[in-house]
Write a protein that binds this ligand. Sequence first.
Ligand SMILES: [Zn+2]
Length: 374
Amino acid sequence: MSHDLSPAELLRYSRHLLIPAVGLEGQVKLKHSSVLLIGPGGLGSPAALYLAAAGVGRLGLVDPDVVDASNLQRQILHGESWIGKPKLDSAIARLHEINPHVTVDAHPVRFTPDNAMELAAGYDLLLDGCDNFPTRFLTNDTAFLLGKPLVYGAIHRFEGQVGVFTPHLGGPCYRCLLPALPPPGAVPSCAEAGVLGVLPGIIGSLQAMEAIKLILGIGTPPLGRLICYDALQSSFRSLKLNRDPHCRLCGEHPDIHSVTNHETTAPTTCATPNPNMETITTSELRTVLADHFDGLLIDVREPGEHELANIPQARLIPLATLPLQLDTLPRDREILVLCKAGGRSARAVQFLTENGFPNVRNVVGGMDAWLAGK
Ligand SMILES: [Zn+2]
């Protein structure tokens, strides 16, 4: 067959060319394909590395952040010398080092309802590596409305999930699985719950494999199935997912026709889950604590987190034990609540408010912001 692979590319991809299901034809398909990775973090790092190495011709990366030292435990695209520099600069340098034959498009922006359709329209397939629900809904809605396959991945501590949401090829969309946003703070973020660094490596690699299968049209994608990996039990399970005929996006009578909706426009950070919640910044907290604070500062993190770093004036009451401590808390003084990043403390504030405490505020950004000197 005629093809446009150079001798250098033929040599590079020789192990692919040996596989009958890939071969020269498959390699040419890979070269002429494109994947948009939304959030090249823990999941997107291995996915981008393998897609680039495999010869996927064009990769788009969406991420406005800079490399932080706490990323390096799992975001293997980046190295020590890139701390403080834009993630996309680091990613491009690394991916070109892996494979100079692929094009990497940098989109140093947040993926928002305003730019989602335009950004995604230029790619064959979307790969979801984001870490929050609004962006995940947005990615799902964008993929559905553009009729493009979405390779989904998610992780939590020792467990991960992979799925392919492609209602136009069969199977459900992400909204069939989760019709609405979880309540604010109900699910701790990665930054709060922690994650073992190898886990996104495994799940992101599975995502890269599913993307390559879809591009090549080989094998069976997990349409209508959610692949669940439990690292502690060393087990994979395949959960059957049914398409929801009442799904607001892909169902029989959809009422979502654009990427701008209640779920996609919700705040992407758990630090400000409820716009009506009373809050205090860590810089205001410093001032308050220095000025004979007569209220109570509660730290709702776990003892192990408290041991690593804490504010001496704070009283440690792990979130799960808060209901048992209600009688010991002052109702006539102000209560400020702190956690690691602001998610668990928001739940605590909500709980205390619902239980009749009139003057409760959430410390925005939690210990992370306090330690960063914000
Ligand atoms: Zn659906």
